[in-house]
Design a protein around this ligand. Structure first.
Ligand code: ZN
Length: 506
């Protein structure tokens, strides 16, 4: 094949990919609308619209023509240099193509139906605090996920096949090694915080925080850290998310609690972090792997960096606290900055993952990671999940969930078939700490700039070191390229100790 022919094929391939990815973007917009603006009676027709688009995308993305072009290009000189945009795009599209091809349309439909029913049963089980309502539906979902893992195939552990959908290349073993070392330091660290007997005045953040003021204060902060509101929007949903629709259009959402300040504010910073990543991707590579996020773990590292390492830092509040007092005079007029700072950094074991602090959050994830692996490998029967959960929870946190709503049925993930997703949350924390430590070496005055309200250096650093690469490197390689070291818990623990030792006097 002449190189002209190869180039022609590459152009044709990217054109077709962009076309089905554009269809996917239409679906993403419809889905955004479903969660924010759509009247409730439109739900049924919206499912039809989304199912039709999903079918079209699946059909186009798994066509024989695409397959032929991919195999022609894989053996051509256009993919010779492994990290060139062309090679990356061909490699990653081939990977996705081979995976999608393995699943039959019947299987995809069966899983979609089972997870849709599973989510309804999950909601009912939560309302009635009764796991047994959910159990038969979860059994069905788990059986299908096991089938999916077996269809994909794996080398060592069945769970690996599922992790790969969210954190390509990672395995139970590779993540498990990092988590085990992390937990070994985290558990005694948490104990020393609890043993200190010190606690912040947590009622400060439970005072009256009017929604309108939260919205303008939160948006202003998102704008200041670098979320581009001319290329994005902030709206309200029950379950916050970020959706990168396409070039120039990234949607983030939050929910407001007038009696609890952190929910919306840190939620906005979190979503804005995801949004800044989406806005930092190369628009010329839209729809192609070079213009897409690497993995959920890396995506989460961006949100958690802005939410926690920046947004819950003292320098950040040195800049923003006076504004907060102006926005919430009733709640904060008599509150000192130090008390507020500590209140938004309150560490204590609790039952609910999404309400957990920076320290205990990781333990919530490690618990789910170990449970998922055991469930997928049929070492824990679905009927025994509540008991296994409570036993593990007690071991990890020293407290026992009084009911399953505060235990094994608090998260939507399993009902939706998202097995293998959980570890990416804690990986995000670890990646974030490691990237941030390197950014501090490259830009030693970064914290001073935060105090002045300048966040542009960090955003630029992330754009240049992470966002611009798209999927050039797998996540585990990217962290090495950027920081010079493989992923570990070391920087995260350093960060936690440096922050919390003085707060708790340990
Ligand atoms: Zn997130």
């Amino acid at each position: 094949m002449s190189s002209n022919g190869t180039n022609g094929t590459y152009q044709k391939l990217t054109k077709q990919i962009r076309s089905y990815q554009t269809l996917g973007a239409c679906a993403a917009l419809l889905s955004w609308d479903e969660h924010t603006l759509m009247p409730s009676k439109g739900a049924e027709f919206r499912s039809e619209q989304l199912a039709m688009l999903a079918g079209m995308v699946h059909e186009r993305s798994t066509s024989t023509e695409i397959g032929d072009m991919l195999s022609e290009l894989s053996s051509s000189d256009i993919t010779e240099s492994a990290t060139s945009p062309e090679a990356v795009n061909v490699r990653e599209v081939t990977r996705e193509y081979n995976k999608s091809k393995k699943l039959s349309v019947e299987f995809v439909e069966e899983l979609t139906l089972a997870t849709s029913k599973g989510q309804h049963a999950w909601m009912e089980a939560r309302e009635k605090k009764d796991f047994s309502i959910f159990q038969p539906y979860l059994e069905k979902v788990i059986a299908l996920k096991i089938k999916q893992a077996e269809t994909y195939g794996y080398e060592k552990d069945r769970y690996d096949a599922l992790i790969d959908d969210y954190e390509p290349g990672a395995t139970f073993e590779s993540i498990g090694k990092v988590f085990a070392a992390f937990r070994e330091e985290l558990t005694p660290f948490l104990k020393s915080i609890q043993d200190s007997g010190n606690q912040p005045k947590s009622e400060i953040i439970e005072r009256n925080y009017p929604v309108a003021a939260q919205e303008s204060f939160g948006s202003a902060a998102a704008k200041t850290i670098g979320f581009d509101f001319e290329a994005g929007r902030l709206d309200v949903t029950t379950h916050p998310f970020c959706s990168g629709i396409g070039p120039g259009d990234t949607r983030i959402t939050t929910r407001y609690n007038p009696k609890h300040f952190p929910d919306a504010f840190f939620g906005i910073l979190h979503a804005a972090g995801h949004g800044i990543y989406e806005q930092g991707l190369q628009t010329s590579q839209f729809g192609l792997p070079m213009g897409q996020a690497v993995s959920l773990g890396i995506h989460e590292s961006q949100s958690r960096m802005w939410e926690n390492l920046v947004g819950r830092s003292k320098p950040f509040w040195n800049r923003f606290y006076a504004d907060a007092q102006k926005s919430f005079p009733e709640a904060l007029k008599d509150v000192q900055l130090d008390d507020f700072y500590w209140a938004v950094n309150d560490v204590r074991p609790s039952f609910i993952r999404v309400e957990a602090d920076e320290v205990t959050y990781n333990l919530h994830i490690i618990l789910r990671f170990e449970m998922e692996r055991a469930i997928i490998n049929e070492e824990i029967a679905v009927a025994d999940i509540p008991e296994a959960w409570n036993e593990k929870f007690t071991k990890f946190f020293g407290i026992t969930p009084p009911d399953d709503t505060l235990g094994c049925i608090q998260d939507v993930h399993w009902s939706a078939g998202l097995m293998g997703y959980f570890p990416t949350y804690a990986l995000g924390n670890l990646y974030a700490a490691q990237f941030f430590a390197k950014a501090l070496i490259d830009m030693p005055n970064m914290y001073d700039n935060f105090e002045k309200g300048q966040f542009g250096d960090l955003k630029k650093w992330l754009n240049e070191n992470i966002h611009v690469h798209g999927q050039r490197y797998p996540a585990e390689k990217l962290v090495e390229v950027v920081t010079g070291k493989p992923l570990s818990h070391i920087e995260e623990m350093k960060y936690l100790r440096k922050k919390y030792n003085p707060l708790y006097g340990i």
